[in-house]
Design a protein around this ligand. Structure first.
Ligand code: OAD
Length: 252
């Protein structure tokens, strides 16, 4: 009998001392949310690098808001999948020794029950003033004008996410770097690992001596540095992987 990729993973209790997980759009693919760089990820022929920028927003705020409305709509109808739920189980097992870092803005990790994901790129349902940084609910914003104007300072209101060319929240970033460096095991799940700084987290974990497991149907720039690669979807691969981790944890 051939061993599955998960059977071949060799972990000890020491590897489970501190686990950091990085997720990307792939973990939400099976919830019906298109990835950014997959074939189905293109929206009206635009690439994310062309739309997710302050320049695009100021050039054509309606186009950018339309893209975000389209994605909000998809996300509002989506439910977390088995991959998200498996990570909730992992958090329950490890508690403070577990860190979840996501590039996703869809909020599905929280919806599944993850208590404190580091949302590096923000949350798509937040409306934020580009000038004064105040946050507003949808009811407080008049979306009939484009860009909508901030009720407090009349600055342009934009989605509360991080765009290309913008800095990530430094507190989130520092936390993500520190937890990746401390990790004894690092899981890179459903991310193309091409957008920095998130894409450098597996490398930081590697330098800190973590074992790296990648879950992705396709290879990525970090595949060569991974100790194990699972070429499957996250909804298929995560539940048995977490059960394997549980069996090692229980023996300890
Ligand atoms: P991408 O769309 O770049 O990559 C998604 C990855 O998920 C690819 O490597 C796929 O092979 C993989 N994938 C697809 N289906 C999967 C499944 N069912 N299970 C597991 N993996 C699967 O998305 P990200 O890496 O998240 O940033 O993109 C990073 C950032 O680029 C995003 O946060 C966003 C984007 O532009 C900003 O908007 C700033």
């Amino acid at each position: 009998m051939e061993l599955s990729e998960i059977d071949q993973i060799n972990l000890s209790a020491a590897d489970l001392k501190s686990i950091a997980v990085l997720t990307g759009a792939g973990i939400s693919a099976e919830s019906g949310i298109p990835t950014f760089r997959g074939k189905e990820g293109l929206w009206k022929q635009f690439r994310p690098e062309e739309l997710a920028t302050p320049q695009a927003f100021f050039h054509d705020p309606k186009l950018v808001w339309d893209w975000y409305f389209y994605r909000r709509n998809l996300i509002a109808q989506a439910e977390p999948n088995a991959g998200h739920f498996a990570l909730v189980e992992l958090e329950k097992m490890l508690r403070e020794s577990f860190t979840l870092i996501t590039q996703n803005v869809d909020g599905l990790h929280r919806q599944a029950g993850s208590s404190n994901p580091i949302e590096l790129h923000g949350n798509i349902f937040v409306n934020r003033c580009h000038e004064c940084a105040s946050h507003f609910s949808d009811d407080e914003i008049d979306f009939s004008e484009m860009p909508p104007l901030c009720p407090a300072c009349r600055g342009p209101v934009r989605p509360g996410v991080v765009w290309f060319g913008e800095n990530l929240n430094p507190i989130h970033l520092e936390d993500a770097f520190a937890k990746s460096h401390q990790a004894t095991l690092f899981l890179s799940i459903g991310t193309s690992t091409v957008v920095h700084p998130a894409a450098s987290l597996p490398e930081i974990a590697r330098r800190g001596d973590a074992k790296i497991i990648e879950i992705n149907p396709d290879s990525t720039p970090i595949s060569h540095a991974a100790d194990y690669t699972i070429r499957d979807s996250s909804a298929n691969a995560l539940p048995p992987l977490i059960e394997k981790i549980r069996s090692i944890f229980a023996v300890d």
